[in-house]
Design a protein around this ligand. Sequence first.
Ligand SMILES: [Fe+2]
Ligand SMILES: [Fe+2]
Length: 495
Amino acid sequence: MSREVAAIKTPAPVVKPLEAVLQSLLRLPQLVKIHQPNNKILRENVDVFKEALRAMWKEGPSEISIRSHRGRLYLGNAKYNPPSAMTVTVQKLMEFFEARGFFGFKLAAKDDLSDEDIVSFIKTVNLCQTREKPGAWLDESLAGSWAKPIVDSDFKIAFVFANDSEGNAKGRPLIWNSGTKTFAAKARRSYSRALAVITNVQERIREGDTVSLAKSRRVVQDMVESLFQEEKLLLNLSTIRDYDDYTATHSVNVGILSMCLGKRLGLSKVSVVTLGLAALFHDLGKVDVPIELIRKTTKFTREEYDTVKNHSLYSVSRILQINADHKLKTKLLQAPFEHHLGVDLGGYPASNRHAPVSLFGRIVAIADHYDALTSSRSYRPVPMNPEQALDTMTSVSGTALDPLLLKVFINMIGIYPIGILLVLDTREIAMVAETPPDAIDARPTAFLLYRDDNTIIKGDLVNLSDLDENGKFKRNILRCFHPTDFGINASDILL
Ligand SMILES: [Fe+2]
Ligand SMILES: [Fe+2]
């Protein structure tokens, strides 16, 4: 009873058990370092962790597995899509694991779990940092304990495969290749860092805090380095849209697509960094648009649309508030201001200007169009596939979008490049073989792929332009992947 009264007086923010567990895993090592075991703050935090664990054990499996894999966090075998408030915690937690040479934790249900059990676990985790092989040391030290580090890199995410004509599953699903620290992993890491940085910038701005440009700049510089080494990786990452937070993902994708286009146009590295930052911040002003409007699924009224249209102007004033070198800041203003302005000077913000839209403005407009069309939005849950998107964009070439830059962009996206993996609406996975000259809407031919034990089997060559008896396409493309995501060498399949 008394607890209920206290809860009414000071309502605590509602934190889900999983979120509390993740926050605790990050917070407790620090608290244990600075406080004595009987310290009040430490005890309270241990309590939160304990209660959250109990709630999770009660609701779910008796062993909680939290693992970082290729820049994403997994709970068991399921990908965890963090709400925006958790993005930074998740990113830091993954960096915490990585710095200690393991992938995560397994926390097995323990009926009589005590505060001491928790403190001793966290102390051991802290100690591992001083060891030569922290992951292996921790694994040995916690052997038989309720909490253990995950040290094996063997992690499988299964895909469901099509049945053969008799209805039997053909082979076993493909798995993600795991563990290897490839260049792809580096690109992936810089992608999720960018996501965390932009989420943090948006949050701090919303709360009225001062934001500095340093972190965003570092992360963009990182991406530009990746880009100048291997363009395709980042480009493909920007087309894999499995993050929850639309605005943050959109900002990062528009950043990447703009930088790729900038590089194609022969801009210098320094210019590409500036372009990337401007693109990353193009929709920053959306923090000033009421969230109900951003999430609205039905048509806007005229007043509502006018409010939404203000976001380009708001972006400019938000960028002005960022703590940064004045000269650089002025270079970041134009593209966000112009990103909804057509080359015909239609669009918004409306003005009497005659000056043409700047190069950065025209680049960001193309990237913005493409990402908006190919991702699901509150008002359009089913996104367009690349060819539909490029088609739609071609229809506004010369009015909204710069025709020449659009050509370069279409060339760059290459719709379905040879060797790319496709996930089809039949749940099959296929590898693009070629795009025949008579293809409908650039639909390629592709080899179906199957898995038998550890071998990838090349299946039939199918033509994605093929129609069924009702005149509909037999197969449609849902998503594209880089073959290295599955540990596949394109040349092994195609040559
Ligand atoms: Fe916008
Ligand atoms: Fe946008």
